[in-house]
Design a protein. Structure first.
Length: 203
């Protein structure tokens, strides 16, 4: 069992670790797979140990906006809320890479949370973290123009040359590919970026 990336794991007592050893089911999923759709009711929680997952909402017009990305050692609040409350997930989840991890069923999650203060604290922390992410997303949409949001997105990649597509940026920012292409072309004309096939270079 490989849960060392999760901050609560080192604080669990031996009994809780043995419980997880018996209850967790290993899972391996290929890139581009849908883990659950918006509107599904989840019956287990993913403990991600490698890879990356994108959580996004989709409108009736099929427009998408990324809520956040799930990385190793993190737990998805959409997945968690749906599983624990047995209500519809408010977003969809897709794997951006091949992923590995473990699935813990609803009853086992509730038992772990009931018996472990360390896991309870972890649950509270991820809700606080994601609420902050979502608040920042709403703030960006309301108060920043699209040019600035695109530049923030590019700078967040921490590389001068970003391998991406206009559609990927559009999906993350809740815009259309056509609009993003116009913004990127304007930024290129201003000498801020350079556009290439499958990449964007910051100048």
């Amino acid at each position: 069992m490989n849960l060392e990336k999760f901050p609560f794991y080192g604080e669990l007592d031996d009994k809780a670790k043995q419980f997880l050893q018996m209850s967790l089911k290993p899972v391996s999923v290929s890139k581009g797979s849908i883990l659950f759709f918006q509107g599904d009711v989840c019956d287990g929680i993913l403990f991600l140990t490698s890879g990356e997952v994108r959580l996004y909402m989709q409108s009736e017009e099929a427009d998408e906006i990324t809520l956040y990305h799930l990385n190793p050692g993190e737990q998805c609040i959409v997945n968690t809320a749906s599983t624990l409350s047995q209500t519809e997930a408010i977003a969809s989840a897709v794997t951006l890479t091949d992923i590995e991890g473990y699935i813990l069923d609803m009853y086992s999650v509730k038992e772990l949370a009931h018996n472990s203060f360390a896991y309870q604290n972890f649950l509270f922390s991820i809700y606080t973290l994601r609420m902050g992410d979502l608040a920042q997303l709403v703030n960006d949409i309301k108060f920043k123009n699209l040019d600035q949001r695109v530049m923030d997105w590019l700078h967040a990649k921490e590389s001068k040359e970003i391998k991406t597509t206009h559609e990927a940026i559009a999906n993350d920012l809740g815009s259309s590919r056509e609009v993003i292409s116009k913004v990127l072309k304007s930024l290129e004309n201003d000498g801020i970026i350079e556009l290439g096939r499958g990449f964007i270079r910051l100048m």
